[in-house]
Every structure is written in C-alpha cells, then in structure tokens.
Design a protein around this ligand. Structure first.
Ligand code: GDP
Ligand code: MG
Length: 800
C-alpha cells in the first residue's frame, strides 16, 4: 500500500521509495528509509500536507509525495523481516548511494515485498520489445517487423532467482514528447505506474537514432537498463562497441541481447536485479549538458519549481523545466496546479525567446540537437563502425521491391498469390472437414429419433457450426501470408509503395498498415491506427478500415464464389478486396474534402531491414488466429446457429413423414420450405425483404444478411441451417435452390464486403475515437454504401 493511504494514528513500515533520484535522496534525508516505522498523525481527507512521525520527529509530506512511498502494515512487515533475517543481508532499493553519499544504512534485510520487481519495456518501434517480452514471460504477443504492432499495454510475469518480475510491454516511441499519442501514452504510463526499473530496448545496429529515447530517459532520472538488442546484427557488420564504457559514460548499464534466440537474457535480468538492489557500478545520475545558452535557462525554470516543490515528484524539476522550454503542452497542464505555474510560464516564454535570439533556432530544436550531440560524442569514443555493409542486402532487395516499375506488379502478384493459395490449397482440407461434419450429421440423423432435438443438433448445430468450421484451413493460410509479410519487412514496403496513392487520398503510407491488417481482423487494425501521429489522418483511417475485407468475410466469398464462379474464384475474390480498397479510398477522399480539410502533422515512413521470419513466430501467429477462430466457432457461432435454428423451427408446421409419403404433391424439400416460410425467421425475412429485393435477395438471403451483425461468418452458418441438405454440399444446394443467381450472388458478396463488419468493430471505432458519433456514422454510412454498391452490382451483372 501507499503511505498516503495510511489513516490517522496508523503505523506502517517503509518498503520502497519511488520517484526520481533527487526526490528519493531528499526523502531519505528526512528519514524515510526502508524498514523504518512511520506513523500518520494528522490525516484529514483533504488535508495537504499530511503530518507523519518518523524516528520521533514530525515531518510534513505532500499527499502526492506520500503516494510514492510504499509501506506495509507493521505486523506484516515485522513478520517478514524476522522470517528473512536468517537470509543473507541485501541492499537498499536505491541506486543513488554513490551520488547521494548518505550513510542511510544501505545494507539491510529484505522483505518479500521487495522481491517483486516491476519493469517496463520502452524503445523505438520495431526494436524487439515484444520479442523480449515473449522470450521472458513465455507470452504470445504479436511480433511484427514494422512499427505500430503493440498498441496496448501488455503485462506478463515470471520468476527468476527468487524475484518475481512483473513486465509491461509498451508501444514503440522515438521520444517522450507530446508529439504522437503513443509518446504521450508511454510517458503517462511511466508517470502513473512508476516501474522499478525501465528496460530501454535499443537496436544495437542503429544506435544513433535509438539512443535519442535513452537521452529522454536520462532526463527522467529513473533507474534504467539498456538492452542492446539485435546484437547479432551489430556483430554481423563487424562493428565494435565498447558497451561497458558507453554504459558508464551515460550512467546506464548496457547488456547485449538477441531477443530472437534468447541470448543475453540472463545477464539482462541479473543487471536488472543489481539495479533494483542499488548494486550496479555503471549506474549513476548523469546530466546531459545542453550547452552554455540552454543550461542557464533550464536552471532558471528548475529553480522556480524548486521554490514551491509542488510539481509531480515522479520526475525531477529539471525534466519539467526542459519540457516547458520545449513548449510541451501536456507538461504545461500537468504543472498548472503548481503555485509557481504563472511565474514558470512567463519565464519559459522569456527563456525560449532568449534561446531563439542567441541560437537562431527554437528551443525544441536546440534541445534535440544537444541530445544528438551527446549521443554522437559518447559513440565517438566507444563505437567503431564495421566494414560489412549490413544493409547492402536490404538495399539491393529494395531496388527491386520498391522499384518504380516492378514494385506494383510484384505487389499485385503477391496479393494474387496470397488469395489463390488461400483458395486452392485450402480447398483440400476444407473438403475433408466438410465430409467429417456431413458424416457426423448423417450418423446422428440415423440414430436419433425424429423431432426437435434431432433437428436442432443436426440442422442447427452441425449444419451451422460445420459450415463455418470448414473454412479454418483457409483462415490459417491467409494468416500465414499476412504473418510472413509482416515479419519479413514486406508489409512496410507495401505501405511505402502505397504511400503516394495514400497521399492522393489525403492519408499516409502509415495508414496502409492498419488497412492491410484489416484483411485479418478489423478490430486490431483499428487499434493499430494509434501509430498515426496526425489526428485527422488517424480518424479517417479508423473510418475506412471496416471496408478492408476481414477474414470473417472470407468464408462468405469462398462459399459463394466457389459455388457460382468455380473457375474464377480467386479472381473474384481479388476484385472484392480491390473493391473494398477503392471504396475506402473514395471514403477517405470524401472525408478529406468535407469533415477534415486539413492534415496537421507530416511524418516519416520507416523501412525496417528485411529479416527472415522465424518459424516459431509464424507458427505462433497462426496458432493465435486459429485458436481465436475456434473459440469464435465454439461460442458466438454456436449460439447464433442455435438461435437461427430456433427461429427457423418455430412455430412448427407439422408435416409427418407418413403424411409426406401419402401426399404425393409435396416433396420433402417443399415441406422444409413451407416450414421455414412460416417460421419466425421467415417473418423477419419477409419484413425486411422489400428493402433487400432490389439487390435480388429474397427473404431467406435477407435473413442471412441480418444474421451477420454479430459476426460475418454467421451468414454461412445461417445459409447452412436454411439450405443444408444431406446430398449436396452447401454451395451446390444454394445453386440448386435457385434463390441466388450469378448476379444476386455477386451482389450478396459485395453487400457483405461493404456492410459494417461486426459489433466488435463498431465497438472499436467508438472506443478509439472516443465518440459514439463516429460509431453511429460508421454503421449508417457503411450500410448505405453497401446497399447502393450492391444494387449497382446487381443491375450491371443482370445485363450479362
Ligand atoms: P517491437 O516493435 O519493439 O515490439 O519489436 P518486435 O518484438 O515486434 O520485433 C521486431 C522484429 O525484429 C521482428 O521481426 C523480430 O523477429 C526481430 N527481432 C527481435 N529481436 C531480434 C534480435 O535480437 N535479432 C534479430 N536479428 N532480430 C530480432
Ligand atoms: Mg511490440
């Protein structure tokens, strides 16, 4: 618990002091040291500061400061301390002993509470944070060779050498300014969760740019360990890095790692433990020197803050001062409650102007220049460049892959390959699964007595679930392609190729990645838009992602294209995917011309080096998707199948088999028809049929369309329930029924493509835009577009 949660008269024992080095030093000077007893004396609810007694003295602490001190109830702490007294003595959880020089009794016993280490991974996109996270926690988070894959905080844990590690994987960032939502997100996360040790994941083969973020962490004055990841790549170039020396120079220990193979992870963890225990030799607090013009101004601002000491104590005054100079808006709001804010703001303006006058560049640029200067100085002494050009392969490949003439044909070829393999190769196992379900259905049909139960199990569950389950192999193949494209680095090239086109529609190449991810599933794709810095570009991307044909729509195409266009199935599917893209482009253009006239921030599109995808990563991705699909089949689709069956079975028109045999006028299929038509499902279908009939849909197809709202695959299971027969597969049965012809089948595919994907996607739109308005817009707009385009498709196709 936090010291601030202590009630009046209660005592507790201090376990840990968080916050920046200077804060810890000051607080320890006041006697707030681990293992010491503290009593809350006055604690009125809104009383600030709070009065505590420690070592017989009364001390005042602000509530915000007390929040940074972790305590345990006395009995609990005592029990632990005595239990562990027997163990070897250990060190205080403080890294600043060298610089602070306090004889605070650094050597003391540990409590179990201390054995918990909270670490956070911070690093540039694509630096291998998630790979590290997975390697350490045995997690299965998504790893991809382009930026913007991790968009949420992922947490995991594991034990090592008697310590319990809680690890957090944060989104990739280049810095910690308020430039992009991700940067803000990471900074807020660090500010709020206060990890014990920050692990800065750095690409060893690209130090210059990666260490920029490290300089931001230096300013934060936190306990940091640098993981020099992809050290294998650095070594492959023949480069030499004296990382120990570099680490001592910047005051942060560095450990070479290869997250892909797990090399160096033990050393990394040992270093983290050392750091946590305050036992690391290279760790010390370093000030980056911002030069003779900036430094005095930074000091002026920091001094103002120090006068009132009422800034957030997680980070030092110097950090807040630097950010104020940079004109960081978020920091300005964070500091607004400070008594000295007015003065601070005034001084920040004066200081920035002063810097501009003297250096002829704005303060923000001056600060980042100084940071790069610091890095290049440190690297100058420790780094010797290799003679092997590591990027030669990448550059040579890029000459081909993003070539002006070859790029696009190659891109289309890759896409075509993806869809045709998904269709052709997938057809074999698909058939086996279908046969399995058919056999099961016939078997149960034979042994179960006629009636509602048999109908529910055979027609409802096996018919509905089986119809969807057979597409599992296709989904696996599609994801295999997406995964290979991501991990090899081709996905970023595709985005790069599309960049120009995306600019044409008022977006960026970066928007293309969420759009391609949308082919898998729209929900993570919408979340992946967080890597887009510009607000309006991001919003537009969110709104157009649902037009990207997700894998849930694939079974619908596979069924219909397979049945009605057996010879052109792959081509039809490519056309559908293209149509989705075209509608997305037009929508983006429309939004750019109307709602969002202006784009705010330009940004860089990165091209990561090509890498061989590992078998493990690919299999892992495929398994994840497979598992999700199976889970969906077992839950949503199963439930929907039963609901559709109930709606189609009741009210029940009883035509017994003997009756059937007697009346020669009604065949069995006609009897089923009559049953469906009179059922609730029939009523619903007929109710909406007038709206759907222009596209060539009768009431049965209308019902199928309606049933797609929870998830698109349900269309197939609904058709499975409605048209399933023992003799033919679903495609043939559909064709024989005559309810769909070539034109209306096309229209149905188009409608399914453009209609809003599912409830979950709409939820994602609402939560990512933080406005219900956009979710509602998405529903109405997509439905309207789906209707219009499907209608036009039907009209044109009917001509042939
Ligand atoms: P994140 O964006 O920081 O989470 O990075 P990821 O964990 O998604 O990894 C990005 C890419 O780098 C993936 O293709 C990984 O397979 C690859 N990768 C990660 N660590 C290493 C490493 O140590 N060496 C090499 N050669 N590749 C790595
Ligand atoms: Mg990641």
């Amino acid at each position: 618990m936090k010291l601030s949660e202590l009630h009046n008269g209660e005592s507790a024992v201090i376990v840990k002091v968080s916050g920046h080095g200077g804060f810890r030093k000051r607080i320890m000077e006041m006697g707030f040291v681990r293992g010491r007893k503290v009593t809350s004396v006055i604690d009125a609810p809104l009383n600030d500061p709070i009065k505590y007694t420690i070592m017989g003295y009364d001390v005042l602490l602000r509530r915000s400061e007390a929040k940074l001190i972790e305590v345990l109830p006395e009995e609990e702490a005592n029990a632990m301390l005595t239990a562990e007294d027997a163990q070897a003595p250990n060190f205080l959880a403080c890294t600043d002993c060298d610089s602070c020089g306090l004889s605070c009794g650094a050597k003391r016993n540990k409590t179990t509470q201390r054995n918990i280490i909270n670490i956070a991974f911070v690093g540039n996109p694509n630096s291998g944070k998630t790979s590290l996270f997975n390697a350490l926690s045995g997690g299965h988070e998504h790893v991809g060779n382009y930026s913007g894959v991790t968009v949420d905080v992922k947490t995991g844990h594991f034990n090592y050498k008697g310590y319990h590690f809680n690890i957090t994987d944060l989104p990739g960032t280049y810095s910690l300014s308020a430039y992009s939502p991700e940067e803000l997100f990471v900074r807020r996360n660090l500010l709020e969760s206060m990890p014990d040790v920050i692990v800065n994941v750095v690409v060893a083969s690209n130090l210059e740019r990666n260490l920029y973020l490290t300089t931001e962490l230096i300013d934060l004055s936190q306990r940091v360990v640098v993981a020099l990841n992809m050290y294998d790549e650095l070594e492959a170039t023949g480069a030499k890095l004296d990382y120990q020396n570099l680490g001592s120079m910047i005051g942060i220990p560095m450990v070479p790692t290869v997250a892909k193979t797990g090399k160096g992870l033990d050393k990394l963890l040992d270093t983290i433990i050392d750091m946590f225990e305050g036992d690391n030799k290279s760790a010390r607090h370093v000030h980056i020197n911002y030069g003779t013009i900036l430094e005095p101004e930074i000091s002026k601002l920091a001094d103002i803050l120090h006068k009132t000491e009422d800034f957030p104590q997680q980070f030092p005054a110097r950090y807040w001062a630097i950010k104020m100079m940079e004109g960081d808006k978020e920091v300005a709001t964070l500091l607004k409650s400070s008594k000295s804010y007015e003065k601070l703001e005034k001084q920040a303006t004066i200081s920035s102007e002063e810097v501009k006058k003297q250096l002829d560049i704005d303060a923000e640029t001056a600060i980042s220049d100084a940071k790069y200067g610091f890095i290049s100085g440190a690297l100058h002494e420790t780094y010797t460049e290799g003679n092997v050009d590591a990027n030669k392969k990448t550059r040579r490949l890029d000459k081909l892959i993003v070539n002006k003439w070859l790029g696009f044909p190659l891109f289309i070829l890759v896409m075509w390959l993806m869809f045709s393999v998904t269709f052709w190769l997938g057809a074999y196992p698909q058939e086996w699964i279908a046969m399995g379900f058919d056999a099961l259905g016939s078997y149960l049909n034979g042994i179960m007595p006629d009636g509602a139960w048999r109908s529910m199990i055979v027609d409802g569950i096996i018919g509905g679930v089986g119809a969807v389950a057979e597409f599992l192999p296709n989904i696996i193949l599609l994801y295999m392609f997406i995964s290979l494209m991501e991990d090899s680095g081709y996905m970023s090239r595709a985005a790069f190729l599309m960049d120009k086109m995306m600019h044409g529609m008022g977006l960026h190449g970066k928007s293309f990645i969420p759009m391609v991810m949308g082919f898998g599933c729209n929900v993570p794709a919408i979340m992946a838009t967080r890597s887009i810095e510009s607000k309006s570009s991001r919003l537009i991307t969110i709104l157009v992602v649902p037009f990207m044909s997700c894998s849930a729509r694939l079974p619908v195409y596979l069924l219909l294209a397979g049945a009605f266009f057996p010879n052109y199935a792959a081509t039809i599917m490519i056309c559908l995917y293209l149509l989705g893209i075209i509608v997305a482009v037009l929508t983006a253009k429309l939004l750019r011309l109307t709602a969002f006239k202006q784009d705010e921030t330009p940004f860089v599109m990165e091209l990561p080096p090509y890498r061989w995808p590992t078998l493990r990563a690919t299999l892992k991705h495929i398994w994840e998707k497979c598992y999700q699909y199976i889970k969906k089949i077992g839950t949503v689709i199963l439930l929907a199948s039963v609901i559709i069956w109930v709606l189609s079975y009741y009210p029940h028109t009883e035509i017994s088999e003997t009756e059937l045999a007697q009346t020669e006028t009604i065949s069995e299929t006609e009897a089923t028809e009559i049953q469906y038509e009179n059922s609730y499902l029939g009523m619903i279908g007929k109710f909406i049929a007038p709206v759907m009939s222009p596209m060539g849909f009768d009431w049965k197809i209308s019902v199928a369309v309606l049933s797609s709202i929870p998830a698109k695959e349900i269309v197939v299971s609904t058709l499975g329930v409605l048209y399933g027969s023992e003799d033919d597969d679903l495609g043939e049965a559909l064709q024989k029924s005559g309810d769909l012809n070539i034109a209306s089948a096309l229209a149905l595919m188009v409608f399914m493509l453009l209609f809003f994907p599912c409830i979950a996607t709409i939820g994602a739109v609402a939560s990512e835009t933080k406005k219900v308005k956009w979710a509602a817009f998405s529903v109405f707009y997509n439905t309207a577009v789906a209707w219009i385009v499907a209608y036009i498709t039907y009209l044109i196709a009917s001509l042939f």
